[in-house]
Design a protein around this ligand. Structure first.
Ligand code: MRU
Length: 383
């Protein structure tokens, strides 16, 4: 997608130095556009845990590159001059530690462990001798790149399938504005490119449809007002930031034509974990007869899980709720907005049961949120 007219993805290899991964450090948006260099597993784990990068697809792509950096690091064992060759056992231990370090960063988005396992399996499968580091580096890089490329392509396809839904609604509106409500940030910043929930919006806008987005601010990290609003603005899509609790009111007044949200993990039976507050939007949508769609690439399905209650829900620090962050005189400032001594509970995600979901928009098409319909699209995960 474009930033100031220039094409960007959220993560890439540094031109001229393949040992460094570069990413957009989202902590500074929308005020500053900062690119961070990451060259160790520990730096990548920090970037994921402290939300320099965030969003299911981007967390997965970052973890994939993190495992590539782990293999590079293994090649440095014995010192940069490689005076000593790493043993197979040392190599396996190093990789296992790196995988555990990355997986421990955030619990809810399933893309994280999916990407780590994908790189581990690729490395394990192709080179019998663990000491052949260079071969493994190449395989890890190829796999991490494939994860990122696939993420972008799947999101592009989600955009095309979701566009059909928006076009159907447009036909009933006689040229009037089509209002989409979204929660959190499930745009291109949450993936490698295009986004999930926002991909259909971008496709509709580019097709010339008069689409407008209600952007939930998404407290406490404000991914909506900081990130979604910023990226929609960069692409020229009309949008309005609303308080998290305003969606029901707008739906009652007929000012929402459809809701599209993303997902951090969806069970094979169609229960959807997404940013906290999503469930309340789904309830309001059902009460008002507003279609409620979830857009996700297949990397966000947890094929092992049958019930949303099994999904681990991240709980973050109370300071995120009790403080607000803003921009003043060219720098970020943080202020406390709650009584110092009041406890606060900061749940990061909730689960929307499948009965409240109108449909899932995936790279293979749109389906109902139930196991049979999901497996009709993804027969390769039937067993
Ligand atoms: O905590 P975050 O910012 O990583 O939140 C995850 C998300 O981006 C959202 O829940 C999103 O709607 C689904 S992931 C694209």
């Amino acid at each position: 997608m474009k930033v100031g007219g220039e094409h960007f993805r959220t993560i890439w290899l540094k031109p001229g130095n393949e040992r460094v991964v570069q990413l957009i450090d989202q902590r500074f948006l929308p005020h500053r556009f900062v690119i961070e260099d990451v060259s160790t597993v520990t730096q990548m784990a920090t970037a994921i845990r402290d939300m320099h990068v965030r969003g299911a697809g981007l967390i997965g792509a970052s973890a994939g590159y993190g495992m590539y950096l782990a293999v590079l690091e293994a090649g440095q064992t014995g010192g940069p001059s490689r005076t000593r060759r790493i043993s197979a056992e040392e190599f396996d231990t190093h990789l296992a530690n790196a995988a555990a370090q990355l997986k421990a960063t955030r619990p809810t988005a399933v893309n994280l462990s999916w990407a780590v396992e994908r790189v581990l399996n690729a490395i394990a499968g192709e080179t019998p001798a663990a000491t052949e580091i260079q071969k493994k580096v190449e395989i890890a890089l190829r796999t991490a790149t494939a994860i990122a490329e696939q993420d972008a392509e799947h999101c592009r396809m989600i955009g095309q399938h979701g566009l059909n839904l928006i076009e159907q609604i447009a036909r009933t509106k006689n040229g009037k504005q089509i209002n989409v409500l979204t929660h959190c940030n499930a745009g291109w910043l949450a993936f490698v490119d295009y986004g999930s929930a926002l991909a259909p919006v971008y496709a509709a806008h580019d097709r010339g449809l008069p689409v407008h987005v209600w952007v939930d601010e998404t407290r406490p990290r404000s991914q909506g007002s900081k990130l979604t609003a910023w990226e929609l603005g960069q692409h020229g899509v009309p949008h309005t930031i609303i308080a998290d609790s305003a969606g029901g009111h707008l739906m009652q007044r007929g000012e929402v034509d459809l809701v599209i949200v993303g997902s951090d993990r969806t069970t094979r039976t169609g229960d959807v974990a997404n940013k906290i507050g999503t469930y309340l939007k789904a309830l309001a949508a059902q009460d008002n007869g507003v279609p409620f769609y979830v857009a996700l690439p297949s990397s966000s399905f947890d094929w092992t899980m049958r019930d949303g209650s099994e999904i681990p829900i991240e709980e973050r620090g109370a300071e995120e709720l009790k403080h607000a962050e803003g921009w003043r005189d060219g720098e970020t400032v943080e202020v406390r907005i709650a009584p110092e001594d009041s406890p606060a509970a900061n749940y990061g995600f909730d689960v929307t049961p499948r009965r409240l979901v109108t449909g899932l928009i995936t790279e293979r098409g749109v389906c109902k949120a139930d196991e049979k319909s999901i497996l009709e699209l993804f027969a390769d995960h039937a067993s």
